[in-house]
Design a protein around this ligand. Structure first.
Ligand SMILES: [Zn+2]
Length: 323
């Protein structure tokens, strides 16, 4: 039995100030997917209108009290800034890498909070004011490379993942969400705490409030003269993306032409999401669902947009008609 936990209005306000940077969020499904037994995240919508729900204090309270579990996006698209950086590690030796990062961050006078997770941990750094996602990323990527901490991605299935995962969001993109800390993980059915304080909501929040926050000035000092390591610079087109895809005239895009083996699950084909795969995710190969009845309809359960999926298969949605 989980002990009943109450989140006071002050705790909810502090949590929101620390972690919430935009109204869009995800919700972890209470019931596992019948095929994969995973608890997927989805963007909640208003029943009937289909309008996306914005995060409210009541939703945060329910998350903290363990009734639901939310996922939080790092980047606010109107500013391209993030309130935090989270480093996710879940492989053998993950804790060692996170502690190493925490130690060297501390040498930079950056206090990072270590949160437990199902298989490893998450290391959180909070900004004094939201900072450009691009600058946050340059700092952590270059620090990790200097320390020899592996970064998941290009040819490496194991390594840390750094949120925000994008330098900036294009229109309609959400980026990647992190499970909101201090809630209950539906899959593990337990709450993961930060190591730095007693396992009590008030004390955990007080600990996070006390942490020294990273200022923009400090951040810019750390990255002065540095750029994103080229192998992780997603804006740089890879050789096969360099030549823009030109649609054969009148030919409709068919997702089934661009993906590998599919399985049939209920009314859908299910396979690995190409956009998730590009980011080293969806190793279970079941994030992308394509309607069998109408294969023009497809969705990534992890939240990749159509634009991201189309880009990942090398057929970006054309912005204007090719000449
Ligand atoms: Zn995806």
């Amino acid at each position: 039995m989980q002990t009943a936990i109450t989140a006071s209005p002050q705790v909810v306000r502090d949590y929101s100030r620390l972690f919430v940077n935009r109204g869009a969020h995800t919700l972890q499904s209470s019931w596992p997917h019948p095929d994969s037994e995973r608890h997927y995240y989805f963007r909640p919508r208003v029943k009937g209108t289909g309008k996306e729900l914005s995060l409210t204090a009541a939703t945060i309270r329910r998350h903290l009290e363990g009734e639901i579990t939310i996922g939080l996006y790092a980047i606010n698209p109107s500013t391209q800034r993030s309130k935090w950086v989270a480093i996710d590690a879940d492989y053998d030796g993950a804790m060692e890498d996170l502690l190493k990062l925490q130690y060297f961050l501390h040498k930079d006078k950056v206090e990072a909070a270590l949160e437990m997770s199902k298989r490893g941990g998450h290391l959180w750094i909070f900004m004094e004011r939201p900072a450009l996602a691009r600058e946050c990323r340059i700092y952590i990527y270059t620090l990790a490379l200097t320390l020899g901490v592996r970064i998941r991605g290009i040819g490496l299935a194991q390594g840390i993942e750094i949120f925000p995962k994008q330098d900036e969001l294009r229109e309609g993109e959400f980026g990647s969400a992190m499970r909101g800390p201090l809630g209950i993980h539906r899959g593990a059915n337990r709450r993961y705490w930060f190591y730095g304080a007693d396992y009590d909501l008030e004390k955990q929040i007080a600990y996070l409030n006390r942490l020294r926050k990273l200022s923009e000035e400090q951040l810019q000092g750390f990255i002065s003269g540095k750029t994103m390591p080229p192998e992780f610079d997603r804006k740089r087109p890879s050789p096969d993306q360099a030549a823009p895809f030109v649609h054969a005239s009148g030919r409709e895009f068919r997702i089934l032409d661009h993906i590998g083996k599919v399985r049939m699950v209920g009314r859908n084909y299910v396979t690995q999401c190409p956009s998730c795969a590009e980011a080293g995710q969806d190793r279970a190969g079941d994030n992308l669902a394509i309607s069998i009845e109408d294969p023009r309809k497809y969705i990534c359960w992890a939240g990749c947009t159509k634009e991201m999926i189309r880009r990942a298969v090398g057929c970006p949605i054309p912005v204007r008609q090719p000449a």
